[in-house]
Design a protein around this ligand. Structure first.
Ligand code: AMP
Length: 625
């Protein structure tokens, strides 16, 4: 492990020298004057004074050497279509989208909320924002109108971009009508809404003066040339909302230069993606993995990126492997839940295709259980690398580094700290470092490396309070994950320290779901906990107290689920809603979520000395029965 150890050591001991070298992987229109300005901890400014542009690095820079190479391949098994864009074609499409946005009044620094399915126009819109220095905020298509409205009100966009509809498992999902619903309740609606019509909603309504059709505007801007805005490295590139312990999602704000450098370096040292090769990331543009590894990183590296609209088992469970074969995918990135879904299918599907182009499969987003890791490794006959990161970090925090050294993998472990991260495992209360083999909170001694969140959008104080004040007397970033390190230096992630749950790789706050459940007029209060699920990792489970006597529990349960669908989206729908007359609470009124969760997972409920009324716990037990 000498090469890896030395690489990591240097990244911490000589931060500036290390990142100065990595910064050469991207184009700087104006060189930076300082690698790191850490004069206002914990705010780290990287590559100060340097000017660059993410879109330039992703597209323009490659035009000379690889203008005719495929840049983006869009495959939809939902609408049975495929489209390919070379770097030159992508350049033209993005410039046209940029011109369209400018025509709608978008200027540098303005926010653009993108609520779109997985279609090429979504990629054009994202890259066009980067090109002109507008700040994009992509909202995952599965979020409901109320969640979308909350994000709109925080970002205060000048423009929204959407489509008439998307498709999931062959069923149309209406996007534009949901946007209309969100804009009816939003306090800061945008002036204009740009709509790409796919022909999926024949009855799509249009608001005169506000709604603009993509195709109409695109016609007017065919052949447009829009130069890249040269942005100081620390300007904002995007905002991505993520859940925490409060009911209000936080806007993770990312910079420009640090983001470009971090992604370029990760393609070299972690993913081993070479220019001219193909990368297939099975996430969605609404999540951080989609931002980093469907859109920006593979293009910055000069690769071909695959954008896939569909599920892993339609038309059959061989579809991903067919894509790997047909497009000679070299690097693939997916999530454990998807692999657990595939594990239930006939293994013959994997043997049917030629997977010889594939170097590595990377998995992240949630814990990768050992049986699934073993199964996929054996089935593929390739290295399957578990790596760990968060929306906040934007790129991996713990991973094997095959681009630096091929260290052996341990099943169930995302290996070691990535270069640039000074990772510590801290005791929950004392904040002291724990010994090997002892459980601690995964923390990072700041400054955070390039590419990590710069702040919470519009709220520096919340950034510091949320992430850096968990341990008295020290300024240290907490991941809110438990971890353990073995004697060989391998890390294992043991789950969240807070009330956040992870459903199929999607982070949801239990408080957010509780607030949604409470929106039902007959619910007085509730507790939502995450319980283990064999496929999705975790699922929310709700215990609710109704205001009036419940005659028909099934009916009320259905209504509560529909309320959650409406408030947050179907991804947050509880597996079940149990009705009780009392929730287990401490004498000071705190809900004993951990005890409820333990009971739901068949474990010991732990220390109950502070419980107000033990009868409440009995009700939970009875309900679970
Ligand atoms: P998100 O920001 O939505 O990507 O969620 C990040 C959270 O997902 C982390 O804080 C972890 O709780 C979990 N997570 C991500 N990757 C892994 C992994 N490889 N192993 C275990 N948990 C993970």
């Amino acid at each position: 492990m000498t090469a890896y150890r030395e690489f990591h050591r240097r990244s911490i001991a000589d931060r500036e020298g290390f990142w100065d070298e990595q910064a050469r992987l991207v184009h700087w229109q104006k060189p930076f004057s300082k690698v790191l300005d850490y004069s206002r901890p914990p705010f780290a400014k990287w590559f100060v004074g340097g000017q660059t542009n993410l879109c330039y690095n992703a597209i323009d820079r490659h035009l000379e050497a690889r203008g005719d190479q495929k840049a983006l391949v869009w495959i939809s098994t939902e609408v049975d279509a495929q489209k390919t864009f070379t770097y030159r074609e992508l350049h033209a499409e993005v410039q046209r989208a940029a011109a369209m946005m400018q025509a709608l009044g978008v200027k540098q620094g303005d926010r653009v909320v993108i609520y779109m399915p997985m279609i090429p126009e979504a990629a054009f819109a994202i890259l066009a924002c980067a090109r002109i220095g507008a700040v994009h905020s992509v909202v995952f298509g599965g979020f409901a109108a109320a969640s979308l409205a909350a994000r709109i009100d925080d970002a205060k966009p000048k423009l929204m971009i959407t489509a008439d509809g998307g498709s999931r498992m062959g069923k149309v999902v209406l996007y534009k009508s949901l946007v209309d619903e969100a804009l009816r309740v939003a306090r800061h609606p945008p002036e204009k809404v740009l709509i790409f019509r796919r022909g999926l909603d024949a009855n799509m309504a249009s608001v005169a003066g506000r709604d603009v059709e993509w195709r109409d505007l695109a016609q007017k801007h065919a052949g447009a040339q829009v130069p890249c805005a040269w942005l100081e490295s620390n300007e904002s590139s995007y905002i991505l909302y993520t859940s925490g312990t409060t009911g209000h999602p936080k806007g993770v704000q990312r910079d420009v230069g640090g983001h470009a450098v971090a992604l370029a370096a990760s393609m070299k040292h972690l993913y081993c993606g070479e220019a001219g090769e193909t990368m297939f990331t099975t996430s969605d543009i609404g999540w951080v993995v989609g931002h980093s590894y469907i859109i920006y990183a593979p293009l910055i590296a000069g690769m071909t990126t695959i954008m896939y609209e569909g599920v892993p088992v339609r038309p059959d469970a061989g579809i991903w492997w067919k894509i790997v074969q047909d497009h000679k995918v070299a690097v693939m990135f997916s999530a454990p839940t998807a692999i657990r879904v595939l594990k239930k299918q006939d293994p013959a599907y994997m043997k049917k295709y030629d997977l010889s182009s594939l170097k590595h499969l990377f998995l992240a987003g949630e814990p990768l259980d050992e049986p699934t890791h073993v199964w996929i490794t054996e089935s593929l006959g390739r290295l399957v690398i578990d790596h760990y990161w968060q929306t906040e970090t934007g790129w991996p925090l713990l991973s094997a580094h095959p681009g630096v050294e091929k260290t052996p993998l341990k099943m169930g472990s995302p290996s070691f700290p990535c270069y640039g991260y000074d990772v510590r495992l801290l005791h929950e209360t004392t904040g002291k470092e724990v010994a090997d083999g002892e459980k601690g909170v995964v923390a990072i001694k700041p400054p955070l490396p390039p590419g990590c969140m710069a702040t919470v959008w519009g709220d520096d104080a919340r950034f510091v309070e949320t992430y850096f004040r968990s341990f008295p007397g020290q300024l240290v970033y907490t991941t809110f994950d438990w971890g353990i390190r073995d004697k060989d230096g391998y890390y294992f992630i043991l789950g969240r320290t807070d009330d956040v749950i992870n459903v199929a790789g999607h982070r949801l706050g239990t408080r957010e779901i509780e607030e949604a459940v409470n929106m039902h007029p007959n619910i007085a209060e509730c507790a939502v906990v995450g319980v283990a699920d064999p496929v999705k990792g975790q699922m929310p489970l709700a215990f609710a107290v109704a205001k009036t006597h419940v005659e028909d529990q099934k009916k009320l349960e259905k209504e509560v689920m529909e309320t959650v669908d409406k408030q947050l989206g179907a991804i947050a729908r509880p597996r079940a809603v149990h009705f009780v007359t009392l929730l287990p609470k401490t004498r000071s009124g705190k809900t004993l979520r951990r005890s409820i969760q333990a009971l739901a997972e068949g474990r010991d409920p732990g220390d109950l000395t502070t419980i107000e009324d033990p009868g409440a716990l009995q009700q939970i037990k009875d309900a679970l029965r």
